[in-house]
Design a protein around this ligand. Structure first.
Ligand SMILES: *Cc1c(COP(=O)(O)O)cnc(C)c1O
Length: 434
């Protein structure tokens, strides 16, 4: 791993990454095993078996670099931001501000003033739904979301449309899990659509949605578009200017970083039109007894003391990913997706949900006659962590005609052997449940 892309602060705590000079091809298994060793949890045993962690869509594990950075901050650098003139406060402010620049570079935003720190992807979307609703939505306006949204990009819009007398319409999808782009074009023709909300990569189906094309179509009718990037930002290079989306959101904890921090990207000229989301310290300009004026974005949206250590830890996680290279991560995870897909489809009685042409390494499935929860519980006995349930996407479950699925989601530290272990476990589950 080359150290040149790491900022000095991160460099000082990244101690356990391997010495590879990565090329632009997929990661080799040897490289993956070296990187995996950076994640202490992955060395744990569960029920006497070495852990196979396949719930990366729910949350990811943290490398020593991130763990050490949090320790380092709390042990030696802790201070609040934007307040004190003393050394600790100034140091914390510098480190915090540097991450805003770093995040802007990570997703190729035009400027760090377009990066708002929030608690996570959920808060980012709630912030947009609430403030965009106040500023721009009136009775008769329409909001479009897709049939495969996570509740985080569905329920906030549902609340807004109910409050403001708008209409919420759903862009349908095929059985394979691909959006019906003709239906989308047709829905846009009403001339009333003000906002489109779309999940970039489905957390259930793995579908990679054509968000750049969708943004172009939305803009042609004067609508804005929000892209939920919770499942894309950790797994592929993101360029918000190329996507030309108005908003892009993601969570730190799904990107190998800390919980309690996430990012809202918004085009500056769009953020400027939105009122504050919360009120208090840090976001004000002048306060008198009668009235208060507010700061410009992004600080307008960051009331109160932010998650300082988590933001700094997120910076380390992003530096770690950049040092590996998101292209290489995407290439490698594609090999995992192919292997897992072939192996799962070879299991008799297994149904794979989500067979889009453009797909990320997310495999939702059911075994004939066996409840998803039994699959998850029995897999756990083999040391394998997979998710079971509705995956915060009940409207999608309804569309698929199931109440729950089992789901394996992959990260760059997963190996080909992990997939072999999953397949062996599933054969055991079938035997036990027969
Ligand atoms: C996890 C997830 C969210 C919500 O993220 P939080 O970290 O829980 O706020 C939103 N959208 C998608 C697609 C997700 O996978």
């Amino acid at each position: 791993m080359t150290a040149s892309v790491l900022t000095p602060a991160q460099n000082s705590v990244i101690t356990s990454v391997s010495g590879f000079q990565f090329s632009t091809s997929s990661l080799t298994q040897a490289e993956v095993l070296q990187l995996k060793a950076d994640f202490p949890v992955l060395a744990e045993t569960v029920n006497g078996k070495s852990l196979v962690y396949l719930d990366n869509g729910a949350t990811t594990q943290k490398p020593w670099a991130v763990i050490n950075r949090l320790n380092q901050f709390y042990a030696h650098e802790n201070g609040t931001v934007r307040r004190g003139v003393y050394k600790l406060a100034e140091g914390a402010t510098t480190a915090f501000d540097a991450v805003r620049e770093q995040v802007a570079g990570f997703i190729n935003a035009k400027s760090s003033t377009e990066i708002v720190f929030v608690r996570g992807c959920t808060e980012a979307i709630n912030l947009v739904a609430t403030t965009f609703g106040k500023a721009h939505l009136q009775a008769g306006d329409e909001i479009l979301v897709t049939a495969m949204e996570h509740h985080a990009n569905f329920v906030p819009w549902q609340q807004v449309y109910l409050e403001r007398g708008c209409t919420l319409k759903v862009i349908p999808m095929s059985d394979a899990g691909e959006l019906d782009m003709q239906a989308y074009a047709h829905l846009l023709q009403s001339g009333k659509v003000k906002l489109v909300g779309v999940i970039h990569v489905s957390n259930v189906l793995g579908t990679i949605n054509p968000v750049a094309e969708m943004a172009k179509m939305a803009h042609a009718v004067g609508a804005k578009i929000l892209v939920d990037g919770a499942q894309s930002a950790p797994h592929m290079p993101i360029d918000v200017q190329a996507l030309d989306c108005d908003f892009f959101t993601f969570s730190g904890h799904k990107l190998y970083g800390p919980t309690g921090v996430g990012v809202l990207y918004g085009k500056y000229e769009v953020l400027e039109t939105l009122p504050p989301y919360q009120f208090g310290g840090d976001m004000i300009d002048v306060v008198s007894l009668e009235k208060t004026t507010f700061l410009a974005p992004p600080l307008r949206f960051e009331a109160g003391t932010p998650a300082i250590a988590q933001v700094i830890g997120l910076g380390t996680a992003i530096g770690y990913l950049q040092a590996i290279g998101l292209e290489r991560i995407a290439l490698y995870e594609e090999t995992l997706r192919q292997q897992a897909t072939d192996a799962l489809l070879a299991i008799e009685g297994l149904t794979l949900y989500g067979q889009a042409k453009h797909k990320a390494a997310v495999c939702s499935f059911l075994l004939e006659g066996i409840h998803a929860f039994d699959i998850g519980t029995l897999a756990d006995l083999e040391g394998i962590a997979i998710r079971t349930g509705h995956h915060c996407a009940q409207p999608l479950m309804k569309r698929l005609n199931v109440s729950a699925t089992a789901r394996a989601t992959f990260g760059f530290y997963n190996t080909h052997e992990d997939i072999d272990r999953l397949v062996v476990a599933l054969h055991k589950v079938i035997k036990l449940c027969k």
